[in-house]
Ligand binder design. Structure first.
Ligand code: ADP
Ligand code: 3PG
Ligand code: MG
Length: 383
């Protein structure tokens, strides 16, 4: 019986013998938060840079590469700033809309080794509904499909799922790399600690519940912790917290919450000293020490989600956690759009054994051993 890693490697685009002149529909994830001036900030370019590996490979083999991605969650967001950034590295064109005539003229006439990028996939509601009919013109003009967007492959979205039913489908180089590295954590039965922060309540609380039986502890910070604090009876003032049902996990003894916090004035307060007007924006120094003690005793650490609102300068908790991880010597894997941004901005990348492009996708892969976007390609190739 082959492992998931072996199955993914079997479907790697590197196994395709002749790519010369082939029109390749390449799904990447260059979801990047743009700065206030609407351009890609240097600290935010890491996902874009990671996407070059497969693009360069395909260009080198003489393929015609049609690149698709989403950006943000709003339909209005444009990939144009990302395209402008990518032009520094790749000779790339950009199509501002999905007009059938424009697509036909541009894609049919592509030169070998050229690259075209299409607009934000999430401009179409069908993308999230897993209905790839909005891509049918593009699909009809392409010979094969490559998924190099590991970080969105936990979602059953059209560009990583339904599209696979319509074209021969492969994995990109970065995708294979993600599965290879993350597989190193899953086959060891070690003392694992999960560190969870950030703000994607919907995806992450569900994953947390699935992780609990497998981990020694789950250290919860970021906005996610606010939900637990509130449910455990603490005042959280005006802190950011979604209304989600956590009744099935709220009392788990494995879940360790902040014992002190940093508020909107930059002041430290103990967890029972948060006022009605206060906003929790980071974990406090006593929590950093508590988390360090637990991190120190672990063999494997999985971390997704910043401990605080780092964009506004509340970064100390995340830096402390990253430093504790490095000191512990445990095998460490981290990931997520915002988590990786903090780590790279603070130049902490050497603290980790692997930094995944995926947040929810990384956690989902580690707990399930696969992803919907993986299964559909493997099954298709083994029909
Ligand atoms: P990732 O992209 O690493 O998976 P998320 O997208 O889940 O992480 O969460 C990142 C977001 O969480 C950031 O915008 C960050 O500001 C926010 N965040 C973290 N802690 C807090 C907090 N205490 N209050 C409000 N927002 C927070
Ligand atoms: C991410 O930023 O985690 C990926 O691009 C997936 O984005 P999503 O959580 O909005 O699907
Ligand atoms: Mg994020």
């Amino acid at each position: 019986m082959k492992t998931i890693q072996e199955k993914v490697m079997d479907c790697s685009i590197e196994n395709h013998t002749s790519l010369k002149g082939k029109k390749v529909l390449l799904r990447i994830d260059v979801n990047t938060s743009l700065g206030e001036n609407g351009v890609v900030d240097p600290g935010e370019d890491w996902r874009i840079i990671k996407s070059y590996q497969t693009i360069d490979y395909l260009v080198d083999k003489g393929a015609c590469v049609v690149v698709i991605s989403h950006i943000g969650r709003e339909k209005e967001e444009s990939l144009k700033p990302v395209y402008e950034y990518m032009r520094q590295h790749v000779d790339i064109g950009f199509l501002p809309n999905y007009d059938a005539e424009l697509l036909q003229n541009s894609i049919e006439n592509m030169q070998h080794g050229s690259v075209i990028m299409l607009e934000n996939l999430r401009q179409f509601s069908e993308e999230k509904d897993n209905d790839s009919s909005f891509l049918d013109t593009v699909i009809g003009l392409c010979d094969l499909y490559v998924n190099d967007a590991f970080s969105v492959s936990h979602r059953k979205h059209a560009s990583v799922h339904d599209v696979v039913t319509k074209l021969p489908a492969y994995f990109g180089l970065q995708f294979v790399d993600e599965v290879t590295e993350l597989s190193k954590t899953s086959d060891t039965d070690t003392n694992t600690v999960l560190i969870l922060g950030g703000a994607k309540f919907g995806t992450k609380l569900d994953l947390l519940a699935q992780f609990l039986p497998k981990v020694s502890y789950a250290l919860v910070g970021g906005a996610l912790a606010n939900v637990f604090l509130r449910e455990r009876g603490f005042e959280i003032g005006n802190s950011f917290a979604d209304d989600v049902d956590i009744s099935h996990i709220v009392n788990s003894e494995k879940i360790i919450l902040p014992i002190d916090i940093v508020d909107q004035h930059g002041d430290v307060a103990s967890i029972d000293g948060v006022g009605k007007e206060d906003i929790i924006l980071d974990i406090g120094p006593e929590t950093e020490k508590l988390f360090e003690t637990i991190i120190d005793q672990s063999d494997t650490i999985l971390w997704n989600g910043p401990m605080g609102k780092y964009e506004d300068g509340y970064v100390a908790g995340s830096v402390a956690v990253a430093d504790s991880i490095a000191r512990s010597g445990a095998f460490s894997v981290t990931g997520g759009g915002d988590t990786a941004t903090v780590i790279l901005e603070e130049e902490l990348e050497d603290n980790f054994d692997f930094i995944s492009t995926g947040g929810g996708a990384m956690l989902d892969f580690l707990v399930q051993g696969t992803l919907p976007g993986i299964d559909i390609i493997i099954n298709k190739n083994n029909e």
